[in-house]
Design a protein around this ligand. Structure first.
Ligand code: IYR
Length: 218
C-alpha cells in the first residue's frame, strides 16, 4: 500500500463532561424539540450565525473526504423573490398535476400548498448543492450520502442556535442553479429557509415512532 499522503496524528477524544448515556440523552432532548416550521418571522439573523451553522454542516464525513457540498446562503431580497416565484411555479405544477392522489392524501395533515411565502419572509435561504465533481474536475464518492449527512448536521446546528428551518424540496430544483448562477457540476439538493419562528407559528401535532419501531437489536 502506498504511504498516506497526510500524516496521521493522535485522535483527541471529545469529552461531553458527563457519562455517555447522559450525554446521549441530553442531545436527544435537544433534537427532540426540533420541528419543521413553515411560519417564519422576518427578524434578522446575523451572517455570523449562518456561518457557524454552515461550518457545522461542513464538518460532516464524506466519501474520501471530498466534502462535495456548497451552501449558497441567500439574504438578498430580490434573489429570494426570484426563488419564490420559480419555486411556486414548480409547486403549482406539483399540486395540480404531478402528485398522485395518494401523495396528496399523505400530505393533507401537513396543510401544505403551492404558496411559499416563507421563501421571502425568512431572513436567509440556504440552498445546499451537491457537487457531481470537485471544482477541479475530480471524482466524488457517496455523493447523496455525504450531502445528506451534511444537511442533517446543518439542520441540527440551526436548531441548536434557537432558529427554525424546513427541508423544502421544490421538484425539479434545476431553477435554483440557474437563479443562483451555479456551475454545471453543482446540483441543487435541498432548500432550507432559516430564521426565527413567527410568534404565532403552528406545527402539526405529530408523534414520532417509538424506539421499538425504529430500532432492532440482534
Ligand atoms: N414540495 C411540496 C410538496 C411536499 C412534499 C413532501 I414528501 C412533503 O413532506 C411536504 C411537501 C411542498 O413543499 O409543498
Amino acid at each position: 500500500m502506498p504511504p498516506p499522503s497526510v500524516p496521521h496524528v493522535p485522535y483527541k477524544p471529545f469529552n461531553p463532561g458527563v457519562p455517555a448515556d447522559e450525554g446521549a440523552r441530553q442531545f436527544f432532548e435537544t433534537l427532540d424539540q426540533r420541528r419543521s416550521c413553515r411560519f417564519f418571522s422576518d427578524q434578522p439573523v446575523s451572517r455570523e450565525t449562518i456561518e457557524w451553522c454552515v461550518k457545522a454542516g461542513s464538518t460532516a464525513p464524506s466519501g474520501a473526504h471530498k466534502q462535495p457540498w456548497r451552501f449558497v446562503c441567500v439574504q438578498d431580497a430580490a434573489t429570494k423573490s426570484k426563488i419564490r416565484e420559480a419555486a411556486e411555479a414548480e409547486e403549482r405544477e406539483f399540486y395540480e398535476r404531478r402528485a398522485n392522489d395518494q401523495w396528496l392524501d399523505d400530505l393533507a395533515p401537513l396543510q401544505t400548498g403551492p404558496e411559499k411565502p416563507f421563501l421571502e419572509i425568512a431572513p436567509w435561504l440556504i440552498v445546499v448543492f451537491k457537487m457531481a465533481k470537485t471544482d477541479d474536475g475530480g471524482q466524488v464518492y457517496y455523493l447523496n450520502e455525504s450531502v445528506g449527512i451534511a444537511c442533517g448536521m446543518l439542520i441540527s446546528a440551526i436548531h441548536h442556535a434557537g432558529l427554525v428551518t424546513l427541508t423544502h424540496t421544490p421538484s425539479p430544483m434545476g431553477f435554483l442553479g440557474e437563479v443562483l448562477e451555479r456551475p454545471a457540476h453543482e446540483r441543487a439538493f435541498l432548500l432550507l429557509p432559516v430564521g426565527y419562528p413567527a410568534s404565532d407559528a403552528t406545527v402539526p401535532e405529530l408523534t414520532r415512532k417509538g424506539l421499538d419501531e425504529v430500532m432492532v437489536v440482534v
